[in-house]
Design a protein around this ligand. Structure first.
Ligand code: ZN
Length: 156
């Protein structure tokens, strides 16, 4: 049985707050600090160059869909061919291409017995997270580099 650290009242099982005084229970404090740490780590991970203000707002507005498509595997061919004149779409197409190539490398690594599967699994999770970040950036009008792989420039 747990008790409130502030007023000493008996806590209900799994309660997040004391019913008597409203103090956060230990379980809740731990959950809060874990969430805080995860958020901090993510911000650190995603603390990359943001060059959005070098882009024409009209270009961004008109080519958001193209930019998002760049992160869906072979669909990156659509912005690559159809949005050649959009600097914003190019930015995301480049990142999408790097990501796509990394996914291919990851799949090939996965063919190596035992260790390959593990490495490939870790890579796939990482690449998925990075792809989601790219999609969110593209959809919200940001020309922000992806963590780790955003510095690589394949197309101008
Ligand atoms: Zn209490």
């Amino acid at each position: 049985m747990a008790f409130c650290t502030k007023c000493g009242a008996e806590l209900e099982e799994g309660a997040k707050f004391c019913a008597l005084c409203g103090e956060a229970t230990e379980a809740q404090s731990t959950a809060d600090s874990v969430a805080e740490t995860v958020k901090e780590k993510f911000n650190e991970f995603n603390n990359t160059a943001d060059t959005t203000n070098e882009y024409d707002p009209a270009d961004i507005e008109n080519n958001k869909v193209m930019a998002v498509l760049a992160y869906f595997g072979l669909l990156l061919l659509v912005p690559l061919l159809a949005a050649k004149d959009s600097k914003y779409a190019r930015f995301h197409t480049n990142q999408g291409l790097v990501l796509f190539l990394a996914e291919i490398v990851s799949s090939v690594v996965g063919l190596v017995p035992l260790i390959g599967g593990i490495l490939s699994g870790i890579c796939s999770i990482f690449l998925l997270v990075v792809a989601i970040i790219g999609i969110v950036n593209a959809a919200t009008g940001k020309a922000k580099e992806l963590p780790l792989i955003g510095k690589i420039s394949l197309i101008k």
